[in-house]
Design a protein around this ligand. Structure first.
Ligand code: NDP
Length: 255
């Protein structure tokens, strides 16, 4: 087997939460190009369907869209059931869905704090729980959480107490799931991006200048820059990698 063959996902099935846009879409596209069947799972049904159709048009992948709010356990269970019905199992789960709301910690309503944790952390747990059950019954798999460099450093100047907490929690979730599920052939890893050009970023010029000044590579990442790392972690290329976190931050955290 050549080294490139180890990145091949032909016949594998991947669920990508938030796969309709931004980083999630780029990851879904990368996995589809490598041969995986793709299930796009996000809240907005229309953009999910559009993304699945575009992926099917532009690659040879089989795709589905299942409108899913990752905070709703029944919906997550239905997502995994629909995936198994369509493709026979789940091999890869990308927990990418996430939100970020900037409010100073001293003013942040507890409902806002809770909502961020519900989506960014509990949503990832629920998807891992139900996809993990299928992986345990099947041949194992790969779970990838799109965490953030915010798991390790403060965001500046955003007021992100809840976001940092939610991404920090994904680091603990990752090591625990990797430990509990290694015996089932399930690997669990995190991707920790820096600033990636998507809708989640503020378009305030002062904030953007601050971020650019604080990174080594003087430009924002594009969503497509994250996809190769996701493919590596999804595929046999990373068969000896579990319980780890990989920064892709343009050198932000070494400044
Ligand atoms: P976007 O705002 O472009 O996309 C967010 C995605 O999350 C959308 O697809 C959205 O779906 C989905 N989503 C939000 N809430 C839910 C929910 N309750 N259930 C299902 N899907 C949901 O942001 P990014 O692409 O930038 O973010 C993707 C991930 O990357 C996030 O976890 C984010 O924290 C992380 N990240 C991003 C960085 C960046 O600089 N961009 C840096 C580090 C990490 P819908 O359209 O249906 O609402």
């Amino acid at each position: 087997m050549s080294v490139l063959d180890r990145f091949d996902l032909t016949g594998e099935t991947a669920i990508v939460t938030g796969g309709n846009r931004g980083i999630g879409y780029a990851i879904a596209e990368g996995l589809a190009e490598a041969g995986a069947n793709i299930v796009v799972a996000n809240r907005d049904a229309e953009s999910g369907r559009d993304a699945a159709a575009t992926l099917a048009d532009e690659t040879s992948a089989e795709t589905r869209a299942v409108a899913t709010d990752v905070t709703d356990e029944a919906a997550v269970e239905a997502l995994v059931e629909a995936t198994v019905e369509a493709f026979g199992g789940v091999d890869v789960l990308v927990n990418n869905a996430g939100i970020a709301i900037s409010t100073p910690a001293e003013e942040k309503p507890v409902e806002e704090f809770q909502q961020t944790l519900d989506i960014n952390t509990t949503g990832a747990f629920l998807c891992a729980k139900h996809a993990g059950r299928e992986m345990i019954e099947g041949d194992g798999g790969s779970i990838i959480n799109v965490s953030s460099m915010s798991a390790f450093v403060a965001n500046h100047p955003q007021k992100h107490a809840d976001y940092q907490a939610s991404k920090g929690a994904l680091e603990g979730l990752k090591v625990q799931l990797a430990s509990e599920w290694a015996e089932h052939g399930i690997r669990v890893n995190n991707i920790n991006p820096g600033y990636v050009e998507t809708d989640i970023l503020s378009d305030d010029p002062d904030e953007r200048r601050t971020w650019l000044d604080e990174m080594l590579l003087d430009e924002f990442a594009q969503p497509e820059d994250v996809a190769p790392l996701a493919l590596y972690l999804a595929s046999d290329a990373s068969s000896y990698v579990t319980g780890t976190s990989v920064l892709i931050d343009g050198g932000y955290t070494v400044q």
